[in-house]
Ligand binder design. Structure first.
Ligand SMILES: *[C@@H]1O[C@H](CO)[C@@H](O)[C@H](O)[C@H]1NC(C)=O
Ligand SMILES: *[C@@H]1O[C@H](CO)[C@@H](O)[C@H](O)[C@H]1NC(C)=O
Length: 234
């Protein structure tokens, strides 16, 4: 009887803080935030810290759009985390090798944590401003080859995440968050995004350098056209 009760309590505690896909308003914010950066890179207007110039223009950087299936995959991924352990002790739970080969992933909340007294928009904003975009703004991607380092461990993780967000060939994104309210992880949160196609391959340029948009029609099917205002292919 006691173990049945314990199980029920466990189940209800777990479901109270299960991961959720970001809702529509946040989806728009996330996609727009990432596309804004991708646009600035594609047009060569994003400052390249440490290089004394801007990131090179991109021949072909796709405009991201939301994919519900990727958000569902992100939910499942975040639900692998154990609320009874601090997130900082779970750095090996989200194995990169468990992500399908053709997809990419970024996450926040495991290497660095901050208070969960936040709206969902603030949770994404924290991941963006203190980790993902923060790396691009403060450290800058190494280069000029824009080469991904697949062996990177933290703090190289944030470099890999920055590469994934900037990756020209990525077309779709779906993200989820998880708010930990009980157990040793209480008071923290995690955010995770899944990307298709994956942008991270050793030795591949993060996007093809050249005249903005000049390669939109020559990418992988389906063919795209230039969105002149953003310099992205859609
Ligand atoms: C997360 O939980 C905290 C309480 O632990 C609460 O203050 C906050 O509003 C919750 N945020 C979301 C997005 O659920
Ligand atoms: C790749 O990352 C590893 C571990 O973080 C680091 O030791 C190595 O120097 C990096 N290699 C390159 C080429 O940046």
């Amino acid at each position: 009887m006691r173990s049945v009760l314990g199980l029920l309590l466990c189940v209800s505690a777990a479901s109270a803080q299960a991961a959720m896909a970001f809702a529509a308003a946040d989806q728009t914010t996330i996609v727009n935030t990432m596309n804004s950066l991708r646009s600035r890179m594609a047009k060569g207007t994003e400052k390249w810290v440490g290089k004394g110039r801007n990131y090179p223009q991109s021949i072909r950087t796709y405009q991201l759009s939301w994919a519900a299936g990727l958000a569902t995959a992100s939910v499942a991924r975040l639900n692998l985390l154990d609320p009874s352990q601090p997130l900082s002790a779970q750095s090996d739970v989200l194995k990169a090798s468990d992500v399908p080969f053709h997809q990419g992933e970024t996450h926040y909340g495991i290497y660095s944590t901050s208070s969960n007294a936040k709206t969902t928009a603030q949770m994404f904003g924290t991941a963006w401003n203190t980790a993902w975009y923060n790396f691009i703004k403060k450290s800058g991607l190494p280069g000029p080859g824009l080469v991904y380092n697949s062996t990177g461990v933290h703090p190289d993780k944030n470099k890999n995440f920055a590469y994934q967000i900037a990756a020209g060939q990525t077309r779709t994104i779906g993200c989820a968050y998880r708010n930990f309210t009980t157990g040793a992880a209480a008071g923290t949160f995690a955010v995770l995004c899944r990307y298709n196609a994956r942008g991270l391959f050793d030795g591949n340029p993060i996007y093809p350098e050249g005249v903005t948009c000049s390669g939109c029609a020559k990418g992988n099917p389906p063919a795209t056209v230039c969105v002149t205002a953003t310099g992205l292919c859609a």
